[in-house]
Structures are given as structure tokens and as C-alpha cells.
Design a protein around this ligand. Structure first.
Ligand SMILES: C[S@@+](CC[C@H](N)C(=O)[O-])C[C@H]1O[C@@H](n2cnc3c(N)ncnc32)[C@H](O)[C@@H]1O
Length: 421
């Protein structure tokens, strides 16, 4: 490899691109493409780990090389504030669903369908085409690209994009105002989201009053957590569940019980109590696979009140604490204390943000973007290891920090704490 950074990047890009290309050719797979008929999930199969790693590496290296080839000014002004506008308009006005995949439409027909003016539709769609959403095969005629096909056919992706554009983007735009109005606030209602929606309710209470937006938000979360980074094998394979023997795990805020169900199948000696809000557990109980009856039970419990299940071996909190500012997390943890037997474990499954510069920039950017999003909607945070330690210490010094596990490929780490009381 050459000694300069740009030459090193270019060489690695060439080598990894060749690796991907050779694999696709050897397996008779189609080339990556945005053509309508290409694979919606991308050309590179996810079950070939070295090829997936090469693909990721090309994405990171091309981004860095592109950045280096720009002047600092070109780089800085390259963030275009309007980039989410076409996505907001397309999802809000259902433009991708306004004509069947494989057919064509016109700006005029899209205008009639949406109630927008033809001029606005043309602006939106032509901007979107630069983002690979739609194509314009002839002037004024619109057809689907692979990306608009995804919006037309995949309801989860549609809700994901709509929620980012319609809920999270306006909340982000108000976050400086919220920070200035309520400096350092740990109140879940003093947020950019609250200002954007002119409400004094926290986001989830606000969405509960707007059922379609609530449905869309929940669907976005579901579609987000279906990726490999959130696979439940990261939970089953990275904690010594088997060493508990015939014990009990309390899944605090366990939603539909999917983590407990996966664990129950892998560790037949364990029993599980899944706790969540009443409406959630009612639905979840009815959907429990019959073979787990008796081993996985559901109970309504508000985690801001004292824990009713005493003497369990593990209190498991997956994707709970990152939703809450410190003072709420401390209340949640302190509410466990009356139930904890000596040596009980609290296992938190949540992001563990690495120290700056420890992971590829694109990954770190995505994690820190997430951290910002938690601020914009709840004044909450993704936490670094030191922040997890400090949180438990503030909750009670008898929480003994056992350690942090960051499973490879997982979006969530495991923070393990022992009750030494
Ligand atoms: C992000 S979800 C995580 C669900 C699940 N643990 C998982 O890993 O997918 C947060 C869960 O906390 C529940 N929740 C919110 N407030 C709660 C409260 N006060 N008491 C109990 N559960 C609550 C929600 O209903 C939701 O199921």
C-alpha cells in the first residue's frame, strides 16, 4: 500500500470492491443497481460475513475519500438542510403509492392524487430523483426507481421515513430552542418535540392522543429493530444464562416478551415474568406461543413503582433506560431495590457508546445521531460505560458493577450489575 492516506483509501476501495464483485460473479448474482428490477435488499447477501465486511469497508472508505477530496468549505456546506423535504412530502402525500410499480405516471396525475399543485409536485419529485427516488424517463413522466419501489411496497420503510421526516426532523429543528429555554433539563416534556408540537406532554403521551402517528412511530421502531444489530441471539449468546440453573428472570418493560421467549427457548430451566404497562401485557399474554405457557408469564407493572417480584435471579431491562433521563433511570433502578436478593443481577441491554474515535466514523456518527435523537424526543441519552457506572452508583452504592459486554455485530451492549446489599 502507498504511504499517503488518499492512496491507501483508494487501494483498499479497489481491493474490497474486487472482492465483492468476484463473489457476485462467482455466485452468479446480479450487480448492485438502483434499477427497478434489482434486489430490494441489496445485491450482497448478508450471510457471507467477509463479503459483508468488504462492502461495509467500501462504504466507509469511499465516504472518507470523498470528504478528503472536498475543501473544508465544500464539505461543510455539503449538508443540505432540505434533504429530508422530498422524503417528507413523498410519505405525507403518499406519492410513491400513487401509481403501481412497473407503470408510469405524470406530475399532473400526482398533483390530482395528492391535492398539491403540479408545480410543487414537479419540484419535489425532481429533487427526489437526485436522491434516487423515482426516475423521469421522459419529460413530465415519472416511473419508480428501486428506492421509490421500496417506499411503495414496504410499509415498515414508509413509516420509518415518514416518522424521521414528520416527527424527528421537526423535533430536531426545535432542539436548540428547547436547550436554550430549559438548560440542562431532565424533564421528558421539555424537548424539541414538545416545542415542535406545541404541547406540554411527553412524546409517548402526546402520540397516544394521535393514534395514526402513534401507530406509525411504533411501526418505525419495529422495522428499525428487525436488523441484525438487534437480533436476540446477541442476548441469548452473550450472558451466562445457563449458569443460573432453575431460576427466574424478570423482563422489566419487556413489551411482547420477545426477548424472554427467545431466552426461554434456549434455556429450558429458566422461567420468566414479563412486565409492561397493562394494555401491552394484555395483548402480549394472548399471543404467547402455547408451548411456553407457565414458563413465560405476563404481569402489568409500572416500573416507576416498587418491583413486586422479589428474589428473582436476574432483572433484565432491554432498551428501557436509554429512553429516560438520569433522574428517571435512578427512580427505575431504586424501585428494584426492595425486591433484590443478595447477588441478584441487573442486566441492562442498551447501547454502550464507545469513547470518541474508537469505532469507524460513520458508525460513531450514527450512534451519536441516535443520542441526539433521544435528546430531541425525551431529554434522554445513549450512555458511555462510565455513564452507566455513574448511573448505578448514583442509584445506590450497593450496585456492584460487574462489567460491560459489547457483542460483535450488536447494536446493544450488556451492562451487568450485582446487588451487594
Ligand atoms: C423501547 S421498548 C423496549 C421493549 C423491550 N424491552 C425490547 O427490548 O424490545 C420500551 C418498553 O417500555 C414500556 N414502558 C414504558 N413506560 C413504562 C412503565 N412506566 N412501566 C413499565 N413499562 C413501561 C413500553 O410499553 C415498551 O414496551
Amino acid at each position: 500500500m502507498s504511504s499517503t492516506r488518499i492512496a491507501e483509501l483508494a487501494a483498499r476501495i479497489a481491493a474490497n470492491t474486487a472482492r465483492v464483485n468476484d463473489y457476485l460473479e462467482a455466485h452468479d448474482l446480479p450487480q448492485p443497481s438502483f434499477d427497478l428490477t434489482a434486489a430490494l435488499n441489496g445485491a450482497v447477501p448478508k450471510d457471507a460475513p467477509e463479503i459483508e465486511a468488504a462492502r461495509r469497508c467500501v462504504i466507509q472508505d469511499t465516504a472518507e475519500l470523498g470528504d478528503l477530496m472536498r475543501t473544508p468549505r465544500e464539505y461543510l456546506t455539503g449538508f443540505i438542510q432540505n434533504d429530508l423535504l422530498p422524503q417528507q412530502a413523498i410519505t405525507r402525500f403518499n406519492l410513491a403509492r400513487s401509481f403501481p410499480v412497473g407503470s408510469e405516471t405524470t406530475f399532473a396525475k400526482m398533483a390530482t392524487f395528492s391535492g398539491l399543485s403540479e408545480r410543487d409536485v414537479r419540484k419535489i419529485v425532481r429533487y427526489a430523483i437526485t436522491q434516487r427516488i423515482f426516475t423521469e424517463p421522459r419529460p413530465g413522466v415519472v416511473a419508480h426507481s428501486l428506492v421509490s419501489r421500496l417506499l411503495a411496497e414496504d410499509a415498515g420503510t414508509h413509516d420509518y421515513v415518514a416518522t424521521c421526516a414528520d416527527e424527528l426532523w421537526p423535533a430536531a429543528a426545535q432542539t436548540c430552542n428547547a436547550m436554550a429555554k430549559w438548560p440542562g433539563s431532565e424533564d421528558v416534556a421539555e424537548t424539541g418535540f414538545a416545542l415542535a408540537n406545541q404541547t406540554n406532554l411527553p412524546i409517548y403521551e402526546f402520540l397516544a392522543q394521535h393514534p395514526e402517528r402513534e401507530r406509525r412511530f411504533a411501526h418505525m421502531m419495529r422495522s428499525f429493530t428487525q436488523g441484525p444489530a438487534f437480533d436476540l441471539r446477541h442476548v441469548t449468546d452473550n450472558y451466562p444464562w445457563g449458569s443460573i440453573g432453575a431460576g427466574t428472570v424478570v423482563d422489566v418493560g419487556g413489551s411482547q416478551g420477545h426477548a424472554s421467549i427467545a431466552l426461554a427457548r434456549s434455556f429450558p430451566s429458566l422461567t420468566f415474568v414479563v412486565q409492561d404497562l397493562p394494555a401491552v401485557v394484555d395483548g402480549a399474554r394472548a399471543a404467547l406461543p402455547p408451548d411456553l405457557t407457565g414458563r413465560v408469564t405476563f404481569a402489568a407493572h409500572d416500573f416507576f413503582t416498587p418491583q413486586p417480584v422479589h428474589g428473582a435471579d436476574v432483572y433484565f431491562l432491554r432498551w428501557i433506560l436509554h429512553n429516560w433521563p438520569d433522574k428517571y433511570c435512578i427512580a427505575i433502578l431504586q424501585n428494584l431495590i426492595p425486591a433484590l436478593k443478595a447477588g441478584a443481577r441487573v442486566v441492562v441491554c442498551d447501547a454502550v457508546v464507545p469513547a470518541p474515535g474508537q469505532i469507524p466514523r460513520e458508525m460513531e456518527r450514527s450512534m451519536r445521531g441516535f443520542d441526539m435523537a433521544m435528546s430531541t424526543i425525551q431529554n434522554a441519552s445513549e450512555r458511555e460505560e462510565g455513564e452507566w457506572r455513574a448511573l448505578f452508583e448514583k442509584a445506590d452504592r450497593r450496585f456492584g458493577f460487574v462489567g460491560v459486554e459489547m457483542p460483535k455485530g450488536s447494536g446493544l451492549g450488556l451492562v451487568v450489575v450485582r446487588w451487594d446489599g
